[in-house]
Design a protein around this ligand. Structure first.
Ligand code: GUN
Ligand code: ZN
Length: 431
């Protein structure tokens, strides 16, 4: 057992739908952790008095939150982050596919998986949902790296059987067989979840989408992830490739890939039918704001969060940052451009509970509450002189946090706990 003390924030509900009153704060709080889980949260003095023999770690004025949850990433694109120029299809062909081809080498996949997880942990992200490449060993690499760090993590083999280089194509049958073998090997092992992963309709034939729909019917408890309506020329391409389909979403829906547990990345240029079908089906969408500005995709409509589970994500390496702080800042800016101001509490919720809920893991991660897994990030709200002087002006907690959201980076992340164990961090005093 241990007591982790500092300023606590947590949520009693969804501040986008239920108002800001569901965001909670204790200036002198503590989290009681045992065997990887949160046992209690409350006033530090009361918890210390009730548990006098439990060691306490005092983080002072630093903010203790649930670790960040990044709901859509491509860990194999770590090394090509911030590659200049191009829009989506060019960017995939010029940078992404050549890099993903390197994952034919399992040693390369293992090295990048380690590098990626170290980068995100240093930024306070404790769970990601990632695409691997078409190579089964790229899935083994990220799951093994997550397992070694004790992380809750979601991943799946990317499936593509057309419109990709020959060395990056599988078939409908091999995508089904390989995905099934990986699913049986990893789903539910430790804290790992398998995600059935057709990359997107342009790179999967209807036969492949159908085979993966069949696999999902056999394993209904796992997630399914793909891309939806990211760029207008991509949507036009889908229309050409699937003349029978009513719209982009229908290319998935027709093959059994639309229901609760489906996680659609981007979802920017949606028709009214697509919006209502996503909501009826209980599917999730994921907002990737740094990617959407970097690749020039468009401005996500946050009013979708009133009817659908919406997660937040970096979309590494289409996104230009590994940091969920930077991603919250971009979500704020994108919303401003649409006249939809997001409060810091709503941004923080999206980066924790919102993403956890989009991945159907909000009973395990994303909040500080008894019974939840003890994945925590400790944030220094005065990590640079510029942030410190702005934060010092604040007259409430959320104003004090906002400069860190807008200007913070890995220097703001003082310490990270995974399942109650400190995995990275600067010094903290014990008392
Ligand atoms: N659409 C299909 N594949 C990708 C990808 O790797 N990144 C992004 N941003 N969009 C995609
Ligand atoms: Zn993506």
């Amino acid at each position: 057992m241990k007591l982790i003390c500092g300023q606590l924030i947590w949520f009693e509900g969804d501040p986008l739908r239920q108002g800001l009153g569901v965001a909670r704060h204790l200036a002198h709080g503590a989290v009681l952790v045992n065997a990887g889980r949160i046992v209690a949260r409350g006033e530090a003095a009361a918890l210390r008095a009730a548990h006098p023999h439990v060691p306490a770690i005092d983080h002072g004025n630093a903010l203790i939150s649930a670790g960040f949850v990044d709901a859509h990433v491509h860990y194999p694109q770590t090394a090509i982050v911030a590659s200049w120029g191009k829009r989506l299809i060019d960017w995939l062909n010029s940078y992404t596919f050549p890099e993903e081809a390197r994952f034919a080498d399992p040693a390369y996949a293992a090295a990048i998986a380690d590098r990626y997880l170290d980068l995100v942990l240093a930024r306070g992200t404790t769970t990601v949902c990632t695409y691997a490449t078409i190579h089964p060993a790229s899935v083994d690499a990220i799951f093994a790296a997550a397992q070694a760090r004790g992380l809750r993590l979601f991943a799946g083999k990317t499936c593509m059987d057309r419109n990709a280089p020959e060395n990056l194509r599988d078939t409908a049958q091999s995508a089904y067989d390989d995905s099934k073998a990986l699913l049986e090997k990893w789903q539910g092992t430790d804290r790992l979840g398998y995600v059935i992963t057709p990359r997107f309709s342009p790179t999967s034939t209807p036969e492949q989408l159908s085979a993966l729909g069949m696999l999902w019917r056999e394993y209904p408890d796992c997630l399914m992830q793909t891309h939806l309506s990211e760029q207008t020329d991509e949507i036009a391409w889908v229309r050409d490739l699937f003349p029978q389909s009513r719209d982009y979403l229908d290319t998935y829906e027709a093959q059994g890939l639309l229901r609760e547990g489906a996680v659609f990345g981007h979802a920017i240029h949606l028709t009214e039918r697509e919006k209502s079908r996503l909501a009826e089906a209980g599917a999730s969408v994921v907002h990737c704001p740094t990617s959407n500005t970097f690749i020039g995709s468009g401005l996500f409509d946050m009013t979708l969060a009133q009817t659908l589970p919406v997660g937040l994500a970096t979309d590494t390496g289409g996104g230009s940052s590994f940091s969920m702080l930077r991603t919250m800042a971009a979500a704020y800016e994108v919303a401003q451009l649409r006249g939809q101001s997001l409060h810091p509490a709503q941004l923080w919720w999206l980066a924790t509970m919102g993403s956890a809920r989009a991945l159907k893991a909000d009973h395990q991660i994303g909040n500080i509450a008894p019974g939840m897994e003890a994945d925590l990030v400790v944030i220094d709200l005065a990590s640079t002189p510029a942030i410190a002087q702005a934060s010092a002006r604040a007259d409430d907690l959320w104003q004090a946090i906002f400069p860190t959201i807008m200007m913070g980076d890995d220097r703001a992340v003082q310490c990270v706990y995974v399942a109650g164990q400190q995995v990275m961090g600067k010094s903290s005093s014990s008392a």
